[in-house]
Design a protein around this ligand. Structure first.
Ligand code: HEM
Length: 197
């Protein structure tokens, strides 16, 4: 696939026809939201924190990336055939990851959002990993690491919501964690055999 994007964040295809439609229905999405305990209040909490979190989105992603880079079993999915980190790939993916932090706080859970969840899931699997950036790194991110890394992504965002009360910080932490877990559940779909998801 040859890709030439004009948008500022290369490969960030939210809302475009380059994104496959999710096979998950809106009804199934609502069931999953219910399962994770997601409410309108959670959406409002994240929206209110959006500016603050957005201002620190890059720092968050840098911290997460540093942890991945420090663990060889995870770092390798960013390595080129020469066994060294593919810096161009890392830089491009990083910009989309920063955008994701903002999207997680601000985007409504509509069809375009659902479709992009499918796309992000696919981009961690052989179906689409490397395609967007025309890279030659390993073909997939093992699902177990995506799930396990949620522990880090869920627990560190609370540090950036600024000077708020403990109750507000806890409220943000709950909403953020649910939002991340909901997405990981959706991203697991392309990894799971037909009928078992
Ligand atoms: C909670 C866990 C995780 C989150 C929230 C997350 C989030 C993301 C996001 C938002 C993107 C960019 C999507 C886009 O193209 O717009 C991405 C891509 C990527 N992630 Fe993750 N990720 C997680 C776990 C991991 C782990 C554990 C690894 C490595 C061991 C990893 C490796 C990658 C790679 C290599 C890409 C680029 C895929 C491509 O070729 O397009 N991710 N991730």
């Amino acid at each position: 696939v040859s890709v030439s994007h004009t948008s500022t964040t290369s490969g960030y295809d939210f809302g475009t026809t380059r994104v496959a439609r999710s096979p998950v229905s809106i009804e199934e999405l609502r069931q999953l939201e219910q399962a994770v305990g997601w409410t309108e209040e959670d959406a409002a909490v994240l929206r209110r924190a959006g500016d603050q979190v957005g201002a620190h989105a890059e720092a968050l992603v840098d911290a997460w990336r540093a942890r991945i880079a420090a663990q060889p079993s995870m770092a390798r999915v960013f390595f080129g055939p020469d066994g060294k980190p593919d810096e161009q790939y890392k830089a491009r993916v990083k910009r989309r990851f920063v955008q994701w932090v903002i999207d997680t706080c601000t985007r409504p859970h509509d069809q375009a959002w659902l479709d992009y969840q499918e796309e992000i899931g696919l981009r961690h699997t052989p179906a689409k990993k490397n395609r967007t950036d025309d890279a030659s790194t390993p073909p997939h991110v093992p699902l177990r690491f995506v799930i396990a890394f949620t522990g880090v992504v869920a627990s560190t965002a609370r540090d950036v919501v600024g000077d708020v009360t403990d109750a507000e910080r806890l409220r943000f932490q709950d909403a953020w964690t649910k939002a991340v877990l909901l997405q990981i559940a959706l991203w697991s779909r392309p990894y799971v055999h037909d009928g078992l998801w």
